[in-house]
Design a binder for this molecule. Structure first.
Ligand SMILES: NC(=O)c1ccc[n+]([C@@H]2O[C@H](COP(=O)([O-])OP(=O)(O)OC[C@H]3O[C@@H](n4cnc5c(N)ncnc54)[C@H](OP(=O)(O)O)[C@@H]3O)[C@@H](O)[C@H]2O)c1
Length: 301
């Protein structure tokens, strides 16, 4: 199949493209700069030049593809609503282009907290409507069956970790270095799920092959939920810093925009995803990665 991947040059995308190529697919990646074009070509894929605000480029690439994997997202947390508007417009454009073709649209999504409970793939999505996080794209893709599209919401664990990660764990480690202490919020018993980036890339490629008309959620989660105080302790060990509780009232001051998310209990099962995809995560756990030095670059500055 010919697979169009947005975000192919990113953290998860660059670990997904090799699995798609190994499965025998032709991969076309969206590139918004010369650097992303080079990255995509180094991975062995073809680049098409354009950005998330170029609907004609996106729709033409989708038209020529047998499947679309949409991983790009504007990670501008100072304008999260704007990012959501773009996301919704992009996904609606893909759905219009793929309508009634049975072709697949897979998109990156996240896991919404249901504190104290385990989120499963069959729970109703918390992300519906234009005002919802990520422009409600999770809800749009779960309803893709009504448009004759094979929709998959790829709900990645809060931490897609590994050497080279610049996501949430990297930000927590940088905050720890700046503050001189690795912090968790309150008693730190609330949890975050995790997956190693190599397992995440393999899950996405498997999901492309298994997508069928309708809408399904895939939980790209290897560890259901790790206590945040254990994550903070492992960051402290890795960076040689003390570990301490931060009062919930001070979380936003201490951790910035990440404070709310770092205070949230998120536990997610991937049982159905493993069954559907035949996916068995084999990579290191988050605490193993931290102990093995995957985030030591933060300590070095
Ligand atoms: N990493 C995680 O822990 C995690 C957890 C949950 C959900 N997610 C979601 O999973 C997806 C992939 O995440 P990631 O960690 O791989 O992100 P990332 O490393 O920041 O990569 C983002 C990708 O999107 C592209 N992009 C951003 N803005 C764009 C624009 N305006 N036009 C075209 N391309 C644009 C980037 O291109 P350049 O290479 O040119 O910058 C890059 O390829 C995202 O939707 C993210 O929100 C990630």
């Amino acid at each position: 199949m010919r697979v169009f991947v947005t975000g192919a040059s990113g953290w998860i995308g660059s670990h997904t493209v090799p699995h798609l190529l190994a499965a025998g697919h032709d991969v076309v990646g969206l590139a918004r700069s010369d650097a992303s074009t080079r990255r995509i070509e180094e991975l062995g894929a073809t680049a098409v030049r354009g950005g998330l605000d170029d609907p004609s480029v996106l729709r033409a690439a989708a038209r020529d593809a047998d499947a679309v994997v949409h991983l790009a997202f504007k990670h501008d947390f100072t304008d999260y609503e704007g990012a959501g508007r773009t996301e919704r417009a992009v996904v609606q454009g893909f759905l219009d282009e793929l309508a009634d073709s049975g072709r697949a649209l897979l998109l990156a999504s996240g896991l919404a907290g249901k504190p104290g409970q385990v989120i499963t793939e069959d729970d109703p999505t918390a992300f519906t409507g234009p005002e919802a996080p990520r422009g409600g794209s999770d809800g749009l893709v779960l309803a893709a069956g009504e448009r004759g599209v094979a929709g998959v919401a790829l709900r990645f664990a809060a931490s897609v970790h590994g050497a080279g990660d610049h996501g949430f764990v990297d930000i927590l480690a940088r905050t720890a270095r700046e503050r001189g202490v690795s912090g968790y919020v309150g008693d730190g018993t609330h949890r975050w799920p995790a997956v190693h980036v190599s397992d995440a890339g393999r899950a996405v490629a498997l999901a492309v092959d298994k997508a069928t008309t309708g809408g399904t959620a895939a939980h790209v989660v290897a560890e259901e939920g790790i206590a945040t105080r254990d994550i903070a302790a492992a960051i402290g060990d890795a960076l040689g810093l003390p570990v301490a509780s931060v009062d919930p009232a001070d979380a936003m001051d201490h951790f910035g925009w990440l404070g709310g998310f770092w205070s949230t209990d998120i536990v997610a099962s991937s049982e159905r995803t493993r069954e559907r995809l035949g996916w068995v995560p084999t990579g290191p756990t988050l605490l193993e990665d931290l102990a093995a030095g995957a985030y030591d670059h933060v300590a070095r500055g």
